[in-house]
Design a protein around this ligand. Structure first.
Ligand SMILES: [Ca+2]
Ligand SMILES: [Ca+2]
Ligand SMILES: [Ca+2]
Ligand SMILES: [Ca+2]
Length: 424
């Protein structure tokens, strides 16, 4: 075995070698991310074996920047880490220096003397292979690298020799990642795989396995390809994990913010929830509204799907402080007593729910309410719900939604003095 033949080491050679090495480390740098599990390719269990072709790392393809540089470094006498540093790619199938060296030893001994001069030399055979794998042909393949005493010197013959040791089965690569997480109940579109053959070009990929996106689980898809001569590529697999990671969607019934009158019962409209996998799911409401205390309350609606994804939404319920209004009432006698409000005699008045009204009346005309026109003068009773007469010469009524819708105001002393009240 001959290693570096320093007699051949001229500047042009040195430049070529250095540029190939630096190119290699540059081009391979993105492949070095060993922390990303998705960058690994799964292989079906198949023992790697020394194939005797230029595909040193057994990924199915002879590449300049991996296999070619391995051969060149080996021919330079490198071994172990210095042989492999930067040359193992994400889809290299064999990666240990022992296995790589076994592959190299076989191809080196059986086929390494490319120019037929009787020895395997880095700066002739090694560079010839590297150039060939880079796609160089003709003079650009051979210039300056055919060894002393070479018996094969024509580029056509060298190309023919080297092509004979290209891996013959198609080279297959996954499109997309080897590990895929897929949202359950959404359409799964597989990215597939691509296969190329050194003689047939692009060849069809056969896939086995299927993903049922409606059922959670891990699915394995396998891809392989064969060329027109029946050479079969290695088999790649993809692991697709289908899972429901989406929380239910809650639909609030009614408005997200609701105002309620003090002391008026509140019935919440609730909410519904649907999940992409589970369909309708239960909604649990937490929180409460105390309509006897004016404040802002929050109701929280929670929906949980079958695998524990949780959605929540809230509603704000505001129990309002009643607003207050004062109405000054006078009385006049124009052929019978009448209350005057805003300059109008015995007007029809409207009271709004949620408001507390205070009527201030003349001492001799105490104003009262009844559900009957003219109250006690017409067989009716005094209406007292929400009514306060504790302050002299005034009557206060807190109007809520439970206040009678139609009321009458009248004078406790004089008949036919009042009018009708509409509650809205
Ligand atoms: Ca390879
Ligand atoms: Ca040689
Ligand atoms: Ca083939
Ligand atoms: Ca879900």
């Amino acid at each position: 075995m001959t290693f570096i033949n320093f007699s051949k080491l001229n500047l042009a050679h040195l430049f070529l070698v250095l540029s190939f090495f630096s190119l290699a480390s540059f081009a391979d740098s993105p492949k070095q991310d060993s922390t990303d599990p998705s960058s690994y390719y799964l292989m079906e269990a198949s023992a790697s074996f020394a194939s005797g072709d230029w595909d040193i790392d057994d990924n199915g393809q002879a590449d300049a920047l991996t296999d070619g540089l391995m051969f060149l470094r080996y021919a330079f006498g490198l071994s172990g880490d210095s042989l492999l540093n930067g040359l193992i790619s994400s889809d290299s199938v064999i990666t240990s220096s022992a296995e790589i060296e076994a592959e190299l030893a076989m191809v080196y001994a059986s086929s390494g003397d490319i120019d037929g001069n009787g020895t395997v030399d880095a700066l002739s055979d090694g560079l010839l292979l590297l150039r060939y794998l880079f796609g160089l042909t003709g003079n650009t393949l051979t210039t300056g690298v055919v060894g002393d005493g070479a018996t094969v010197t024509e580029s056509a013959a060298l190309e023919s020799y080297m092509s004979g040791l290209m891996p013959q089965a198609p080279y297959i690569q996954l499109n997309g990642n080897a590990f895929v997480s897929h949202e359950q109940a959404t359409t799964y579109n597989d990215a597939g795989a691509t296969a190329t053959d050194v003689t047939d070009g692009s060849v069809e990929v056969f896939k086995t396995g299927a993903v049922d996106a409606s059922v959670a689980g891990t699915y394995i898809l396998s891809y392989s390809a064969a060329d027109s001569e029946g050479n079969v590529s290695r088999t790649l697999t993809r692991s697709v994990t289908v899972a429901d990671t989406t929380a239910p969607t809650i639909t609030l019934l009614g408005e997200p913010a609701v105002e309620v009158e003090l002391d008026v019962s509140y019935e919440d409209a609730g909410a519904t929830a649907t999940d992409t996998v589970d369909g309708l799911v239960e909604v649990v409401t937490t929180g409460s509204v105390d309509t006897s205390a004016a404040a802002t309350y929050a109701l929280t609606y929670t929906a949980t799907d079958g695998v524990g994804n949780v959605a929540t939404t809230t509603r704000t319920v505001i129990v309002k402080e009643p607003s207050a209004e004062t109405i000054n009432v006078s009385a006049t006698n124009n052929g019978g007593w009448a209350y005057i409000i805003d300059g109008v005699s015995k007007p029809e008045i409207t009271l709004k729910v949620g408001t507390t009204y205070t009527f201030k009346y003349p001492a001799s005309h105490p104003l009262r309410f009844s559900t009957v026109s003219d109250g006690i003068f017409n067989g009716g009773a005094e209406y007292t719900q929400g009514v306060d007469t504790s302050v002299e010469n005034q009557i206060t009524i807190r109007v809520t939604s439970s206040t009678a819708q139609t009321l009458y105001y009248y004078c406790r002393i004089h008949a036919r003095q009042g009018g009708i009240i509409t509650v809205k």
